[in-house]
Design a protein around this ligand. Structure first.
Ligand code: HEC
Ligand code: HEC
Length: 338
């Protein structure tokens, strides 16, 4: 093999330094890319730890039942799993979700996998954590449509199987079937919905866990500047950013502004996690983007002022697919009806 402008000697020197020169001359070695990526992304924890709501096996058991429970919706037909199917990477693959009576909300349902690790919940961050988040959909008229927390508690109290599960999850409480405890149990269950992938094996030092094409895509992802927003081990979920930071993006939804009413927050959304992103389409807060390659292209242009070549888009997409994890089938299995 000969590379223009390089003598045999320098080739040997390159090889000795462990610098890959085969596919793309001048590119960093696997090891260098791995080290850089480890510094940028860090280690994905197995659980989103919470001091206020410590995870226990009893809370998880109850939370799993509640997550799959349709009787806490007004129609007795919709559960969390209807819009965040655990067997379908925590989403419904609809542009916007179908809730009570076929009504559609305005936003795309984000995945529940790894969500507990985010710095806030919802596209606009209006709930601080998964426990507070869980109280929203049950009472949302276009989602599960329940009239009040009291009616939810009543419904749960009418199902004899729940009393012992609540008592076990919240020992010592006189009357444990409360809306707060419902939210804590669901939250505890969600705190372990974490999906490591081959990417984590690669970061952990298993150099062959990713293919050459995936490593090249990872390097491209970092070089282009995607991790300025899609950061930490969740590869997103840690800040708000303006959609259309460099080049304005057409959107009816004002995002974070809806919560704060500050002009400076217009068009700011929570940067989504890119874990399992290959499986969570359609993409963006309104589900208007139908291919992952289009999402990548739009991001590069609107957020970073870069027009990517199709080959670069493809390369980044190849890397993003390595972020698809496998949830533990026992953990997410639907429990028998109570
Ligand atoms: C009718 C569909 C629907 C149902 C039912 C539903 N959700 Fe959601 N969920 C959504 C949509 C849509 C959003 C985004 C809304 C927004 O950001 O304004 C969302 C957001 C979330 C988020 C935030 C994730 C993130 O990355 O910010 C979590 C967590 C979540 N839901 C969990 C639940 C749980 C737990 C239940 C059951 C108690 C539930 N959802 C029921 C549609 C639904
Ligand atoms: C300046 C911050 C910023 C940068 C840089 C950035 N993103 Fe994003 N990204 C966002 C925000 C904010 C969203 C949510 C957009 C919305 O509101 O729909 C997003 C959404 C996405 C989505 C859709 C995810 C989903 O679940 O709908 C993908 C894919 C994505 N980004 C990939 C990338 C790639 C690849 C790059 C680098 C080329 C990149 N992003 C650079 C902020 C950023």
């Amino acid at each position: 093999m000969r590379i223009h402008g390089l003598g045999t000697l320098s080739l040997v020197a390159f090889a000795a330094a462990g610098i890959a020169i085969a596919a793309d001359a001048g590119a960093a070695s696997r090891e260098e890319i791995q080290q850089r990526a480890s510094q940028i992304f860090g280690v994905l924890p197995a659980e989103a730890v919470s001091a206020e709501n410590p995870v226990t096996p009893e809370k998880i058991e109850l939370g799993r039942h509640l997550y799959y429970e349709p009787r806490i919706s007004i129609s007795r037909k919709l559960s969390c799993n209807s819009c965040h199917g655990l067997a379908t990477f925590g989403v419904d693959n609809e542009p916007t979700s179908v809730g009570h009576d076929g009504q559609r909300g305005a936003r795309n349902s984000p995945t529940v996998y790894n969500a507990a690790l985010h710095f806030a919940q919802f596209w606009d961050g209006r709930a601080p954590n998964v426990e507070e988040q869980a109280k929203g959909p049950v009472l949302n008229p276009v989602e599960m449509g329940m009239p009040s927390p009291e009616v939810v508690n009543q419904r749960l109290a009418e199902i004899p199987g729940y009393a012992p599960l609540f008592a076990a999850a919240f020992p010592g409480e006189q009357d444990p079937i409360t809306y707060d405890n419902f939210a804590k149990a669901v939250g505890a269950f969600e705190r372990r919905l974490v999906t490591p992938s081959r990417f984590d094996e690669f970061l952990g030092g298993q150099a062959d866990a990713l293919t050459d094409a995936e490593v090249a895509g990872l390097a491209k992802f970092m070089d282009v500047g995607c991790p300025t927003c899609h950061m930490t081990a969740t590869i997103g979920g840690q800040m708000y950013q303006k959609l259309g930071l460099v080049h304005p993006y057409e959107s009816k939804d004002l995002g974070r502004y809806e919560v704060t009413k500050k002009d400076a927050d217009k068009y700011f959304f929570k940067v989504p996690s890119l874990r399992n992103v290959e499986k969570t389409g359609p993409w963006f807060h309104d589900g208007s983007v139908t291919t992952l390659s289009q999402a990548i292209e739009l991001m590069a242009w609107h957020q970073l002022d870069k027009k990517l070549e199709p080959a670069d888009v493809q390369s980044i997409e190849t890397f993003l697919k390595s972020l698809t994890g496998t949830p533990d089938p026992d953990y997410i299995a639907e429990p028998g009806k109570l």
